[in-house]
Design a protein around this ligand. Structure first.
Ligand SMILES: Cc1cc2nc3c(=O)[nH]c(=O)nc-3n(C[C@H](O)[C@H](O)[C@H](O)COP(=O)(O)OP(=O)(O)OC[C@H]3O[C@@H](n4cnc5c(N)ncnc54)[C@H](O)[C@@H]3O)c2cc1C
Length: 416
């Protein structure tokens, strides 16, 4: 039996950030990770708010040293005339105004290596298969190790950062349906040889509207590779009849700007398909455990909220776990679940507003108010806990009312 204070499941951003903050408070931490690192995972465009969590975890210098592409904004393109470009330095909330665009294999490996340097043991190829929680909240976790043997890990507390593995959610029957409909993606990495000729700035994510319900992410990395992915409803993808490679080529060639940039570029790997990723969990905590990152709720790739919600939930969870280990009282509902849900719900409104067209109306309207741009920019930078921002405090009402007002004004102008 291996004994540790805190067992962390998963070495993604949420697992490593939680592990590091708890270790820095003086506790013994062990990470068990199912895969061998570096491993591919999607989720490459970060938001400025996650820098605060990376900073507190002590990871910023190591990440800076990797020379990843710096990211200063997000650009939305409907067509040549309708472009909405947000620079994070114009945001309403004080805080970081930049971040990175990262190949996640390298980024996640950097964070996990930093954990090891701090004295955290990271077991790779180590898959959690079972967890028993004792009456005193301590636990015994069964892990299938690299050599095929099963090891037992005894811990005072567990942080589940297992991403789409959703370990505790599945083992303890906490799964809950998402209120978002299933969506799908087809994506690859291009060797972006035309980047300079098409004068497309690499220092931001560009989101192209492909059609009403389908959009494209374009995320340049500093190594000359650009991540490109089409996202839409399954019905859209079911009309494509070729191989994934033929289908993505067909989609790129059918869009003039994408064709000019990527039409003759090589793909770094065969395109991948993913579908139905939205998922949530009944409760983000329980006796002896807390869930972080994607295990709590994952919404959608639109607005790149995943790693930021994962990082911030890990940061919050780590502080509460430290208090638990000091035998202090923690109200997980109000101190953890509610703040996590506040962030998720602001992004939910934005994701839904994108797909129902309200945010197209707002982003591509002419004569935008400066305040409105600053406030929306804060949300796009991941600052979704700042109640001084009306797009945080009253997110649903604010998006709906503004879109309605713009549509009415446009109708009146057209009729005049
Ligand atoms: C199509 C798509 C595009 C996206 N784009 C973006 C984006 O641009 N920006 C963004 O911020 N987010 C994006 N995301 C979301 C992003 O991928 C996730 O939110 C993020 O990776 C979550 O981090 P995490 O630490 O919670 O989980 P992960 O990064 O998934 O890490 C979890 C780890 O747990 C391990 N694990 C799983 N099961 C077990 C087990 N049984 N035992 C031990 N270990 C286990 C896994 O191997 C994995 O390494 C996207 C998601 C999708 C689906």
């Amino acid at each position: 039996m291996k004994v540790t204070d805190v067992l962390v499941i998963g070495a993604g951003p949420s697992g490593t950030i939680a592990a590091s903050i708890i270790k820095k408070a003086g506790y013994d931490v062990t990470i068990v990770e199912k895969l061998h690192f570096p491993r591919f995972v999607i989720g490459e465009s970060l938001l400025p708010r996650c820098m605060e969590a990376l900073d507190e975890a002590g990871f910023l210098d190591a990440v800076k040293a990797q020379g990843f592409q710096e990211k200063f904004g997000a650009k939305f393109v409907l067509n040549n005339n309708d472009i909405c470009d947000f620079n994070f330095n114009e945001k309403h909330t004080t805080g970081y105004d930049w971040t990175w665009q990262v190949p996640r294999a390298d980024f996640d490996k950097t964070l996990a290596d930093e954990c090891e340097k701090m004295g955290i043991t990271v077991h790779y190829d180590a898959e959690v298969t079972d967890i028993k929680i004792n009456d005193d909240e301590s636990s015994v976790t069964s892990v299938t190790m690299q050599d095929g043997t099963t090891e037992q890990f005894q811990a005072k507390f567990i942080v589940d950062g297992s991403g789409f593995g959703r370990v505790i959610t599945k083992l303890f029957g906490l799964e809950k349906d998402s209120n978002l409909p299933p969506r799908q993606t087809l994506f690859t990495h291009y060797v972006d040889k035309n980047r300079d000729q098409v004068a497309q700035e690499p220092n931001r994510i560009t989101v192209y509207v492909y059609n009403h319900n389908t959009w494209v992410w374009c995320i340049p990395f500093s190594n000359g590779i650009t991540s490109l992915g089409f996202v839409g409803f399954p019905e859209f993808f079911s009309t494509l009849t070729g191989t994934p490679e033929e289908n993505i080529k067909h989609l790129v060639d059918s869009h003039p700007e994408l064709k000019e940039r990527f039409g003759d570029c090589e793909m770094a790997f065969d395109p991948k398909e993913l579908k139905s990723w939205s998922a949530t969990t009944e409760k983000f905590y329980g006796n002896g455990f807390v869930l972080t990152g994607n295990v709590t709720e994952f919404l959608d790739p639109m607005f790149s909220s995943g790693v930021t919600l994962a990082s911030v939930s890990a940061q919050k969870a780590a502080h509460l776990v430290i208090r638990k280990l000091k035998h202090e009282a923690v109200d997980w509902e109000t101190e953890y679940m509610q703040p996590c849900m506040q962030g998720v719900n602001v992004f939910r409104t934005f994701v839904m507003g994108w797909y129902d067209g309200d945010l197209h109306t707002i982003f591509f309207s002419k004569n935008q108010s400066e305040d409105m741009r600053k406030q929306i920019c804060s949300v796009l930078a991941g600052y979704v806990w700042d109640d001084t921002n009306p797009f945080v405090r009253n997110h649903q009402k604010q998006v709906k009312t503004l879109a309605k007002f713009i549509k009415e004004t446009q109708r009146e102008k057209a009729e005049a």
